[in-house]
Design a protein around this ligand. Structure first.
Ligand code: SD4
Length: 339
């Protein structure tokens, strides 16, 4: 059943925000500019990215501004409104990468609204790639970011209280159904658990340059200090301006194990299409874990190549991504799946 809030959001969306049942997007012919991003929230994020791309702006600005929309949403599981770790703290991870292989990342960052922008500052203003924890927060404050209140959102508070009853860490398989759910807010199960917590975005601008971003609160109720793939360059995100760009979502541990996004880009370098490369990376995870264990998890990859082709693949049904290449072309695509 749709939550009332979600229903209202669906009603307030423009037509272009909906996925078109039966519409088969043309993934063969290249598009430029192009932006794609993970899950339903990708629709709104793509809109912000498209504002930059359609004016001839840089892919780097597009992927930052795109995912900032999701980070700022109170109704979303990405950002400060998200589920906390098992000790009750929301900790955020994010990274960004541009066409020159410049990259920046923050992890285990608390009380800062836009980790992706802090990641960009790490990339542009420090000699480092990655800052974590209190150091990342200190850097953000020095850069003029505001320290937000240390308070859980109402939804997260409720979900946390519910989780505390058993205090069991059991990752929830990440699924969405793009046919039914095309609005901004990701699905929330009736028991209060978000079913995912991440947005990854990759884009090519009118000049043909590629960039990507990824931002997450990580798996809800994770161990304190746990990092997933999302802030790790090569795992949650990778960009090679000669070849293509890829990003990941789902069980981060298994993405890290295969250097997932880097693998997808390297497979594209060998000549695979974005979809075929994503599929091979997913198969690698399944091979390592076995079919049975793989059924317990979800991992999805999305990718674009230098020709402006796009694609995605996931372990199991329920992953979708948003594709945008024109003012009136911003739609959800169901990720093909293996199991
Ligand atoms: C993580 N990859 O922290 C993230 C979680 C995610 O949809 O993508 N959820 O492992």
């Amino acid at each position: 059943m749709l939550h009332r809030r979600r229903f209202l959001q669906l009603g307030s969306l423009g037509l272009s925000s909906f996925s078109f049942a039966g519409f088969t997007p043309d993934t063969k012919s290249g598009r430029k500019p192009l932006v794609i991003s993970t899950w339903d929230a990708g629709i709104e994020a793509n809109k912000a990215a498209w504002k930059v791309l359609s004016k001839g702006g840089r892919a780097l600005d597009a992927v930052e501004q795109g995912v900032m929309v999701t980070e700022a949403s109170q109704n979303c599981c990405v950002g400060l409104g998200a589920n906390p770790d098992r000790d009750g703290y929301v900790t955020l991870d994010s990274c960004i990468m541009d066409e020159h292989a410049n990259c920046g990342s923050v992890a285990f960052l608390e009380r800062i609204k836009h980790p992706v922008s802090v990641a960009r500052r790490v990339m542009e203003k420090t000699p480092h790639v990655m800052l974590v924890g209190t150091g990342a927060q200190q850097f953000a404050l020095e850069e003029g970011f505001t320290l937000e209140p240390a308070k859980l959102s109402d939804d997260a508070e409720k979900a946390y209280r519910e989780w505390l009853k058993k205090s069991e860490y059991k990752p929830v398989i990440n699924v969405e159904n793009a046919k039914k759910q095309t609005a901004f807010a990701p699905t929330k199960f009736d028991n209060g658990e978000w079913n995912h917590d991440t947005i990854g975005m990759v884009a090519m601008d009118a000049s043909g340059n590629l960039s990507g971003s990824c931002t997450t609160s990580g798996m809800g109720f994770k161990m304190r200090g746990r990092l997933g793939d999302s802030p790790i360059i090569g795992a949650g995100l990778f960009v090679d301006n000669e070849v293509g760009a890829a990003t990941a979502t789902g069980q981060g541990e298994d993405v890290i194990r295969i250097c997932g996004s880097h693998l997808v880009v390297e497979l594209m370098r060998q000549g695979l299409s974005p979809e075929a490369a994503c599929k091979k990376a997913v198969e690698r995870i399944i091979k390592i874990k076995g079919n049975k264990a793989s059924k317990e998890i979800q991992v999805g990859f999305i990718a674009i190549n230098k020709k402006g082709e796009y694609g995605g693949y996931c372990i199991q049904k329920g992953f979708s991504f948003a594709v945008c290449y024109a003012d009136d072309k911003n739609f959800m695509v169901d990720g093909k799946y293996i199991l």
